[in-house]
Design a protein around this ligand. Structure first.
Ligand SMILES: NC(=O)c1ccc[n+]([C@@H]2O[C@H](COP(=O)([O-])OP(=O)(O)OC[C@H]3O[C@@H](n4cnc5c(N)ncnc54)[C@H](OP(=O)(O)O)[C@@H]3O)[C@@H](O)[C@H]2O)c1
Length: 254
């Protein structure tokens, strides 16, 4: 396998399932040492064991990124255990859908806390390390990949607050991209369409039924499809930045 990321360190939030799990495995396969962040330690330990078994290096950090202290500590522990930080994959997220009228406000609070504040806490804590890696690391470039969604571009009834959080990720990413571009920190936005993961399973039963009828029986992507796209982004030569990547299943219309 291609070892373009040898000697680099990547932190992946939401590495206990779905896209984050697949991305951590993919980056480790490309030679990166990976810090695995999420709340379900058992799932992170299982992934770390798999990565180590395949000759890679992984470090498990149990953290709730919606808590600023835990997000910051996860970044600092990555640097103290693995030595540096070249790549932040801001992937952890929740998607709780349904109409706005009468919605349980706690669902909105959770999405804002994880999808926006959690991502921004991790970004804020990681930036000094990414800037250092870009200034003095062997590759002289560093990456922050923020996972948005098709929902960060296309607004639909029944997804209003999830749409709002992913649009916020897009706005934050673009402003930050402009801020750190000259310092060779690349900020990229990845916008997946439907991927077969646990994401939708946390919705209320009536919302799940609506979602099934809306997306229908199209063939969804696998987490590995997005993981390969992310590995492609962060493996570009220093002078190339892929700012935005929209990846849908072939059959997904909207
Ligand atoms: N699946 C799709 O169709 C799709 C499409 C577009 C975009 N996305 C985006 O892709 C990202 C990953 O989602 P996925 O589809 O892979 O779903 P998933 O399998 O449910 O994974 C979500 C991950 O986020 C972690 N997480 C949630 N809350 C957290 C918190 N407070 N602190 C730390 N980690 C937390 C979960 O780990 P723990 O529960 O162990 O903490 C889990 O590892 C999300 O940002 C999602 O919005 C997904």
């Amino acid at each position: 396998m291609n070892k373009q990321l040898n000697g680099t360190v990547a932190l992946v939030t939401g590495a206990s399932s779905g896209i984050g799990e697949a991305t951590a495995a993919e980056l480790a396969g490309c030679g990166a040492s990976v810090a695995l962040i999420a709340r379900r330690r058992d799932r992170l330990e299982a992934l770390a064991a798999r990565i180590k078994n395949e000759g890679g290096r992984a470090h498990v950090i149990e953290a709730d990124i919606s808590r600023e202290d835990q997000a910051r500590n996860a970044v600092e522990q990555t640097v103290s255990e693995l030595g540096r930080l070249d790549t932040l994959i801001n992937n952890a997220g929740v998607m709780l859908l349904g109409d706005i009228v009468g919605a349980p406000v706690e669902e909105w609070q959770l999405m804002v806390e994880v999808n926006i504040m959690g991502l921004m806490y991790c970004a804020h804590a990681a930036l000094p390390h990414l800037l250092r890696a870009a200034a003095s690391g062997p590759r002289r470039v560093a990456d922050m990949v923020n996972i948005s969604s098709v929902a960060g571009r296309t607004v639909r009834r029944g997804a209003g607050v999830y749409n709002a959080t992913k649009h916020a990720v897009g706005a934050f990413s673009e402003a930050l991209r402009q801020e750190v571009a000259r310092a060779h920190v690349r900020v990229s936005l990845v916008e997946p369409g439907a991927v077969d993961t646990e994401l939708a399973s946390h919705n209320r039963p009536e919302v799940l039924a609506q979602l099934r009828s809306r997306i229908g029986e199209i063939e969804r992507m696998k987490s590995e499809d997005i993981a390969r796209a992310i590995a492609y982004l962060v493996s570009q030569p220093r002078h190339v930045a892929i700012n935005e990547m929209l990846v849908r299943p072939t059959e997904q219309e909207l």
